[in-house]
Design a protein around this ligand. Structure first.
Ligand SMILES: Nc1ncnc2c1ncn2[C@@H]1O[C@H](COP(=O)(O)OP(=O)(O)O)[C@@H](O)[C@H]1O
Ligand SMILES: [Mg+2]
Length: 180
């Protein structure tokens, strides 16, 4: 990583702040740890964009994320419903909104799924976020899941922008053994 400062619309900051972190997830337990480490740093208005092919683990990650915040109900894939919501209590976000955008044909169809409410008052987990085009908020946390060479292994690549950098320290600390 270059030590050169990079120019940004809000001024200059060290390139160290805008970084990609790659996690090696050898098994489901590691995916659960990643989800459970990220969930407590999320707040109302946050958007996690889950990139990755079919079977990469986007729904599995989301399930662990939702359950780690104390939601006890089942977390099915939103493949057909396109969105599932999970109310939170004692949290500044009203709910977790779990979207699967695979079946939308045009970004504007996401308005019918109440994405504006989700982005205003909830934590949004979005599978197939590329379908949203420019409706995906700039402040999103990008997580790309990649199927590994050995059974059960995945790689997770996180794009840590300044919007996320400050609160990411405890996540990086607790998962340091998984960081490549
Ligand atoms: N380390 C892992 N992380 C996530 N999923 C894994 C892992 N190892 C195996 N799997 C399995 O891979 C499948 C991922 O499916 P799913 O989460 O539905 O993917 P997607 O939503 O990306 O299409 C599940 O059957 C899950 O149990
Ligand atoms: Mg899925």
């Amino acid at each position: 990583m270059s030590a050169e400062p990079v120019q940004h619309e809000h001024g200059f900051y060290s390139s160290e702040i805008n970084m990609t972190k790659t996690f090696q997830l050898p098994d489901l337990k590691a995916t659960e740890r990643l989800a459970a480490a990220l969930a407590p740093i999320c707040k109302s208005g946050d958007v996690i964009a889950l990139f990755g092919n079919l079977g990469a683990g986007k729904t599995t990650f989301s399930r662990y994320f939702v359950h780690s915040l104390g939601v006890e109900e089942e977390v099915p894939s939103p493949t057909f419903t396109l969105v599932q919501t999970y109310p939170l209590s004692g949290h500044d976000a009203e709910a977790i909104w779990h979207f699967d955008m695979y079946r939308i044909n045009h970004p504007a169809e996401a308005y019918e799924l109440d994405i504006e409410d989700a982005f205003d008052t909830g934590i949004s987990l979005i599978e197939w976020p590329e379908k949203l085009g420019s409706l995906l908020p700039d402040s999103h946390l990008r997580i790309e899941l990649i199927i590994g060479d050995t059974e059960g292994s995945r790689t997770a690549r996180l794009e840590i922008t300044p919007h996320w950098a400050d609160r990411m320290a405890p996540v990086l600390d607790s998962l340091s053994d998984l960081i490549q």
